[in-house]
Design a protein around this ligand. Structure first.
Ligand SMILES: *Cc1c(COP(=O)(O)O)cnc(C)c1O
Length: 382
């Protein structure tokens, strides 16, 4: 990715830290997703788990079929701010949440036959017409990080083949989600493994949901192979195919802009930023991964190397070691790439660190969507 060439936003006066989403890049992603839907008849939903910047939903609403949620709050957000279809999957529903989901959702996916049986009658009695499905665990995934592998032994995600029940009455669909940031070759091999095994149930389905983890908008993604996968399932079983990518919707469409607050030395140069790995980009520590920073290199690659660290009291609040062509100065801004997905939804106010602003670059100017303050920190505690 040539991030530098994509970046032309005037950030000199930007208040930081700030998540800055570029509407053009977001819509470039969803235009591709729209094309795939038009070509194949599949429906693509936004998985809000990855991207819940609802102020940007109007920009992508026309290109997508709706949203999917991991529970009540995301379902409510999808219904209120996106509209169109609202789907939900949760490992387990509480009665309290389920009653409200019945008012919000078009599809409800259950993680076990036990949950389906518990709630089946309530779905049938609901005023809303709700289509239900079961999440299966195909027992096949090529995810190397255990944290993101739903098919790992002992996984709670989905019904394994040996626990599939014959009584499928009332169920319309099968949902599987076994991928993470992967290309369509993985999807193809997953289908090769899964379709023969679950054939009996697939034949009774009206829809099949391929879940998320499809990195469709990445430059090297093989869209043609995805199209063939969708057509294969669509034509073999006569079903409506759904995809619910999160990352792919806003991949590389946003930044986290931070300011250097100080440079200290302890065996090396260390730049302290107003952004924190622990608070504002937790996946850097959790996943872990190294975000790209505009105009930077790896340690030693350019003339001046710095350890970039956050302004919390956590010793390990370190983003990584990066090099630059010039010496970093207090007051200078750094632009972290690909921060619209997951970072924004996973941030926190640990240590009382302020949450970054949320801004949208659109029609040649930056709109400040939201600034957070002390009330946001205080409000989630008591
Ligand atoms: C996480 C998740 C998604 C979205 O995954 P991405 O990797 O962001 O594409 C979709 N569906 C389900 C059930 C998920 O858990």
């Amino acid at each position: 990715m040539d991030f530098e060439s994509l970046f032309d936003i005037p950030i000199d006066d930007l208040h930081t830290p700030c998540y800055l989403t570029d509407a053009r890049l977001l819509q470039k992603n969803t235009a591709l997703l729209k094309q795939i839907q038009q070509r194949t008849g599949c429906k693509i939903l936004l998985a809000q788990k990855a991207f819940s910047m609802f102020s940007a939903y109007p920009l992508i609403r026309d290109d997508l079929a709706g949203t999917t949620a991991s529970g009540l709050f995301e379902a409510k957000l999808g219904r209120e701010h996106f509209g169109k279809e609202v789907h939900v999957f949760s490992p387990a529903y509480t009665q309290e949440d389920f009653t409200q989901l019945l008012e919000l959702c078009d599809h409800i996916v259950f993680n076990s036959f036990g949950q389906w049986k518990k709630y089946r009658q309530q779905v049938q009695d609901a005023t809303r017409n709700i289509s239900c499905g079961i999440r299966i665990n195909p027992g096949y995934a090529e995810v190397e990080t255990d944290l993101y592998n739903p098919c790992i032994s002992g996984s709670r995600m989905g019904v394994p083949l040996e626990q599939m029940e014959d009584d499928f009455a009332g169920l319309d669909g099968i949902h599987f989600h076994t991928m993470c940031e992967q290309n369509s070759d993985v999807l193809e091999r997953t289908l090769d493994h899964m379709l023969p095994q679950f054939d009996k149930w697939l034949k009774r389905c009206k829809w099949v949901n391929f879940g998320g983890g499809h990195h469709i908008t990445r430059p090297d993604y093989d869209v043609e192979r995805l199209v063939r996968c969708i057509e294969r399932v669509r034509d073999t079983y006569g079903v409506q195919v759904y995809l619910e990518p999160g990352e792919a919707v806003a991949l590389n469409a946003g930044y986290l802009v931070a300011t250097v607050l100080d440079v200290v030395h302890n065996g090396m140069d260390i730049a302290i930023l107003d952004a924190s790995a622990a608070c504002h980009m937790p996946d850097v520590l959790e996943m872990p991964y190294r975000p790209h920073i505009l105009y930077s290199g790896t340690a030693g690659e350019k003339a001046y190397t710095y350890r970039l660290a956050g302004n919390t009291c956590l010793a390990g609040d370190v983003i990584g070691d990066y090099s630059f062509d010039h010496q970093l100065q207090a007051g200078e801004k750094l632009v972290f790439c690909d921060m619209a997905i997951y970072s924004m939804v996973k941030n926190n106010t640990f240590n009382g660190v302020p949450l970054p602003d949320i801004a949208l670059y659109q029609n040649g100017h930056i709109d400040l969507v939201k600034r957070f303050g002390y009330a946001d920190f205080e409000g989630r505690l008591s």
